[in-house]
Design a protein around this ligand. Structure first.
Ligand code: NAP
Ligand code: MG
Length: 479
């Protein structure tokens, strides 16, 4: 198992020598340690990245060669698909099927941005007579990346691939709770030929390694995915160093189901959108808004599916795995205890499969409704397999509810009325809207990001290349 902090393509021991336990969520056992890096390790990594960018071969490499390196890494990820899948499943507890899909998406990011690296043009600008004016987009320099534990491999690729494609040198701090695949991926990047200092990784606690990275004056741009609370701290630190950042902070995404929905076609997705990754997905469809005219029929059908859901170990490959940690399990239980105390009706529950280890962090999926709009279940990001149903009368009320939280990440609109689907899609506050579909995760090509408490900036698609680069205008007087 890879270990240490990864600087200049080498594993080093953190200067203070500390380690953190690696825990398997499906049985609570410890299966190794990771290095607990701190501010001194982060400083070393940032200096390595700076040198790679300013004086190393990385900073001089033509875009097409950077692209080739990304493509080589993508292929290497696919060549190691089974090992990476097993590692991701063990570290996060997710079903093997989901872990495999995640590794495939991870490879797709490097493929997509590898192809894009030499195709991101600037513009020429009609200007005054006797002048030539053009823009070019270049790297920021050194970028800092902080990722969460829910999709370690996908998150690594989502933030690192576009940054590397643009020619930035990178330092990443993965999440303490799950960072085995990021540790493996930096090693694969070095083997694929990324020069020393282009890709650096410091594992450790958010409050030490993470805090040191976001406040380091040698960082030119920050990319953060995680909670709104820490996102706010990141933005404050970015402001102190006069740099910009992208923040991807989760959501309370609505799925708006009108009475004329094709229910049979919609059902699997309505449920998968909250159950995928045990609800630990920033874009989880965690609020089900259902039109009163067909409320009973729709909610009964969803309840039937919920009752059939089973949580199990990665090898069982059931509908969902455990939650990531005892802390996350306690957090999700707390929401449900509060709902019970407030007599919010529980419509249906799934089950934990027989034979799962007693010390795993399993939680039964729960369907609540009708949930009052002001209740925490309808307003807060739970990050667990908990779906809240809210009834609505008409399109206006659906939109008021959909837009009635502090978040704005993703939305789903389910209807057979084409005009209405277009109206609602355009009026809902979200970075992505799906009509008669819902894409929790995946979608490498599709620009993705939030509004307000869901964060700002765009990742995925070509849009990410704008965030991971800066525009320069060059004006030449030739007459
Ligand atoms: P979090 O604390 O925001 O963690 C996200 C990342 O930020 C981790 O790598 C974490 O490090 C790091 N971090 C923590 N404190 C930091 C600091 N002061 N400075 C810099 N980096 C810091 O999120 P969490 O506690 O894992 O999860 C809490 C809730 O956040 C969840 O229940 C969920 O609602 C939300 N969340 C959203 C997403 C998303 O994809 N949008 C992902 C995860 C969580 P360590 O964890 O290693 O200490
Ligand atoms: Mg783990």
């Amino acid at each position: 198992m890879a270990n240490g902090i990864f600087i200049n393509n080498n594993w080093e021991q953190p200067h203070a020598g500390g380690v953190l336990d690696v825990v398997a969520p499906s049985d609570g056992s410890s299966f190794g340690t990771i290095a607990a890096g701190d501010a001194i390790d982060v400083d070393k990594a940032v200096r390595a990245a700076r040198a790679a960018y300013e004086t190393g071969s990385w900073g001089r490499m033509p875009a097409y060669e950077r692209g080739r390196l990304l493509l080589r890494l993508s292929q290497s990820i696919l060549d190691n698909l089974e090992d990476l899948t097993a590692l991701e499943a063990r570290d996060t507890g997710k079903p093997l099927r989901q872990a495999r899909a995640d590794i495939e998406v991870c490879a797709r990011y490097f493929e997509f941005y590898g192809g894009a690296a030499d195709k991101f043009n600037g513009d020429t600008i009609p200007f005054l007579k006797g002048f030539f004016a053009a823009t070019e987009r270049g790297p920021h320099g050194v970028t800092g990346h902080i990722i969460p534990w829910n999709y370690p491999a996908q998150m690594f690729a989502r933030t690192m691939a576009p940054s590397l494609a643009m020619g930035n040198a990178t330092v990443i701090k993965p999440a303490e709770d799950a960072c085995q695949t990021p540790l493996a991926l930096v090693e694969l990047a070095a083997a694929a030929g990324f020069p020393a200092g282009a890709v650096n990784l410091v594992s450790g606690l958010g409050t030490t390694a993470g805090a040191a990275l976001v406040s380091h004056p040698g960082i030119d741009f920050l990319s953060f995915t995680g909670s709104p609370q820490v996102g706010q701290l990141v933005q404050i630190e970015a402001a102190k160093n006069h740099i910009t950042c992208t923040l991807e902070l989760g959501g309370k995404s609505p799925q708006i189901v009108f009475a004329d929905v094709d229910l049979d076609a919609a059902l699997p997705t309505l449920v998968a959108a909250i159950v995928q990754n045990a609800g630990q997905t920033c874009s989880a469809g965690s609020r089900l808004l259902v039109q009163r005219a067909a409320y009973d029929k729709i909610v009964c059908a969803v309840a039937d599916r919920f009752s059939a859901l089973r949580a199990g170990t990665p090898e069982m490959n059931l509908d969902l795995g455990p939650l990531i940690s005892a802390k996350q399990l306690a957090r999700v239980r707390d929401f449900c205890d509060a709902a019970a105390a407030q007599s919010v009706p529980l419509i249906a529950s799934g089950e934990i499969a027989e034979g799962v280890p007693a010390d795993g962090f399993f939680f039964t999926p729960k369907l609540y409704g009708p949930v009052p709009h002001a209740n925490r279940l309808a307003q807060d990001e739970i990050f667990g397999p908990v779906l809240s149903v809210l009834p609505f009368e008409d399109e206006a009320e659906a939109l008021a509810l959909a837009n009635g939280t502090d978040f704005g990440l993703v939305a789903g609109v389910w209807t057979s009325d084409a005009k209405r689907s277009m109206r609602v899609a355009r009026a809902v506050r979200a970075g992505q809207v799906f009509v008669n579909a819902y894409g929790a995760g995946g979608g490498v090509e599709l620009p993705f990001g939030g509004r307000r408490k869901s964060g700002h900036g765009r990742e995925k698609g070509f849009a990410a290349l704008y965030d991971f680069s800066v525009e320069k205008t060059i004006v030449v007087k030739h007459d």
